[in-house]
Design a protein around this ligand. Structure first.
Ligand code: ATP
Ligand code: MG
Length: 252
């Protein structure tokens, strides 16, 4: 397949297709860019390919066809070792599968990516600041088992942000949080993109969460069906309903 010239975008998918076996096309020939410093909400019905898009863009899953660029690097061409390094040094993840280490305290979990990246200076102070930013300054010495589900999720968010990664991939980061805590986290993500120029790609089912982003993408059957800029919650909800009816075969 022809190689594609990477654009200025922090993340770019080019004719990205991911099939599972012969029957399932989770991602279907998607070409898409994510500007540096942008905050995008990825929406769509269950099974529409949101997590697959995220995993493939982050080099956690392999595309069947096409290319995925992160910061100009084609992740589909990297070996496992180079991918690990790219993820460790330049990317952040908030995925449910990325569990906290149960024997480490909240602060030690958050400090781990810094230590893995070989950082020496201010590791403790930076971990403490990242925990404070998610409202958990007073839980830094707790083990994951001593924290609620939402608190654990916030530790995972602090861990994803502590290295100031170029791109943060988040799959339902506010799913387990109450409304107020969710808003704090969404504001934090927005300021991370606006003030620090980091790129955020967030999967969510929640129209209010999507309204914190500067763009909402709507997937259906592995394709980008629609896009809204500066999405308002009501508009997002209406668009979601349309797409759900459409993919259920109603309203044609
Ligand atoms: N490892 C896998 N093996 C086989 N099929 C898979 C695999 N992972 C995903 N799929 C299929 O690919 C399609 C897209 O899945 P994906 O997880 O990306 O959906 P999603 O939009 O994230 O859904 P949800 O909102 O439920 O999380 C689904 O039909 C799913 O069954
Ligand atoms: Mg998913």
């Amino acid at each position: 397949m022809k190689s594609n010239q990477p654009s200025e975008d922090a993340v770019q998918l080019w004719r990205a297709t991911r099939t599972y076996g012969r029957r399932v096309t989770a991602l279907d020939d998607v070409t898409l860019g994510f500007r540096a410093g942008s905050f995008t909400a990825v929406m769509g019905p269950s099974g529409s390919g949101k997590s697959t898009l995220l995993q493939c863009a982050a080099g956690l899953d392999r595309l069947t066809k096409g290319q995925a660029f992160v910061g100009g690097v084609d992740v589909t061409r990297l070996r496992e070792k180079q991918l690990t390094r790219l993820r460790r040094e330049r990317l952040g993840f908030v995925f449910q599968a990325f569990n906290l280490l149960p024997a480490l305290t909240a602060k030690q979990n958050v400090a781990l990516p810094l230590r893995l990246a070989g950082e020496r200076s201010d590791v403790r102070a930076r971990a403490r600041a990242a925990l404070a930013a998610v409202g958990l300054a007073d839980r830094s010495g707790h083990l994951p088992g001593q924290l609620s589900g939402g608190q654990q999720q916030r530790v995972a968010i602090a861990r994803a942000l502590v290295t100031r990664p170029e791109v943060v991939f988040a799959d339902e980061p506010t799913g387990a949080l109450d409304t107020n805590t969710a808003r704090d986290i969404l504001s934090l993500l927005r300021s991370v993109s606006q003030d620090h120029g980091q790129t955020i790609i967030m999967v969510t089912h929640d129209p209010v969460a999507a309204s914190y982003a500067d763009r909402a993408l709507f997937l259906a059957n592995g394709r980008v069906r629609d896009e809204l800029l500066a999405p308002a919650a009501a508009e997002v909800a209406a668009r979601m309903t349309d797409i759900e009816l459409e993919t259920a075969g109603v309203g044609r």
